[in-house]
Design a protein around this ligand. Sequence first.
Ligand SMILES: Cc1cc2nc3c(=O)[nH]c(=O)nc-3n(C[C@H](O)[C@H](O)[C@H](O)COP(=O)(O)O)c2cc1C
Length: 440
Amino acid sequence: MSKVYTDKNSFLNENSALNTGLPYTDDISVLGEELTVGGTVFKNRLACQAMEGCDGTADGRPDGLTRRRYGRFAKGGAGTIWFEATAVMKEGRANPRQLYINENSLDSFKRQVEEIKKTGMRENGFEPVVIMQATHSGRYSRPDGTPKPLIAYNNPIFEKESPIPESAVVTDEYLDRVGEALIGGARLAEKAGFDGVDIKCCHRYLNSELLSAYTRKGRYGGSLENRTRLLRESIKGAKEICSDKFIVSSRLNVYDGFPYPYGFGVAPDGGTEFAPSEPAWLIGELYKAGVRILNITMGNPYFNPHVNRPFAAGPYTAPEEPLKGVARVLNGTAELKKAVPDMKLICSAVTYLGTAAPNVTAAFIKNGGFDIAGFGRTAFAYPDFANDILKKGGMQASKICIACSKCTEIMRSGGTPGCVIRDSETYMPLYKKYCGGAVK
Ligand SMILES: Cc1cc2nc3c(=O)[nH]c(=O)nc-3n(C[C@H](O)[C@H](O)[C@H](O)COP(=O)(O)O)c2cc1C
């Protein structure tokens, strides 16, 4: 297992040695500052990122473990809770316990949002901003537990070992229906009391896969306008159907790490370096469409998780030092902020920074690199990270996520992910049940 940055000094030494170019500041007070976007006030610069628990009921309502997770997040003091991937079409569920918003399940989502808001007010004196992530899982659809891929195009990189028939490529008419369902999901999210919706476009789920659909024919493939059509039109539709105060956003993959013609945010020369021109264009178009805040991410959790969530131990040995992965996401986000400075941005992939995460993200925010620091796996391991940062001056080494990937192992084994190490009473038995092992 490589090193997790459990103390700031080790981070500083290693970081300068690696020359990752990450800034650092001792003054983290900016993380406690409010941010106003449209009419919405974000009480601080810390967010719990979208983290799926795969623990809904069979018909897609939040269940006991879901409510427990959001109770912990709400109590923890983050100004924003980016509510996990929530399906808007049954066949687009990523697993049989993925949340699924529809007219029948709406009452349960209402109760869930109310609980989050009440808990935040009671514990911290404010209601966090809660944004629902509306999704169609596309290639990764498993509505009944077995793969039922619905893909934007055949991709030899992903399909080398398990080919997918051409019949799984969805038609333009199907994509039109996905757009309608995403817009319907936005309307339901507002009815449920969420502050906003995220038209999910990341991690190579359907909308995100379209971004690199260079080889696809028809209205959703080929040109940049076509590849971004589903996202842009869903956003436009959601803005039309929802009230002005409702936030319409997206969690956007600006780079996925695969070469042209199978990756987004790369140059057409076959390289895999981040090339910001297409993502910057897209962010500019979304700004013109009225979007004022985006949640930026990179990578694919199935094929290159070291890009998506740099880890200390994972399914393979990462081909790069994890801090390089963190730097790619944070510096890439800052590059896009420079291109469209008026768009507010939330960053991703900070968990591997350990106790140095507040110092690094505060430095980025002060330098104008992004606006809110989004914490993913940390939210599972250390749900009160925000209160510790804001009220105790930093994160405690004994509480941080050790980036061991056991939460993902549970998820990949068909179970309900959570932190096996820091929330062991609840999740160690589940780890043993689904992954069969003792923790190494
Ligand atoms: C168990 C698990 C569930 C996740 N669920 C979602 C999700 O529902 N939606 C999403 O956009 N990202 C999801 N992610 C990705 C995280 O939000 C985040 O981008 C990633 O973990 C990197 O951030 P970190 O380094 O702070 O953990 C998930 C990650 C994990 C490990």
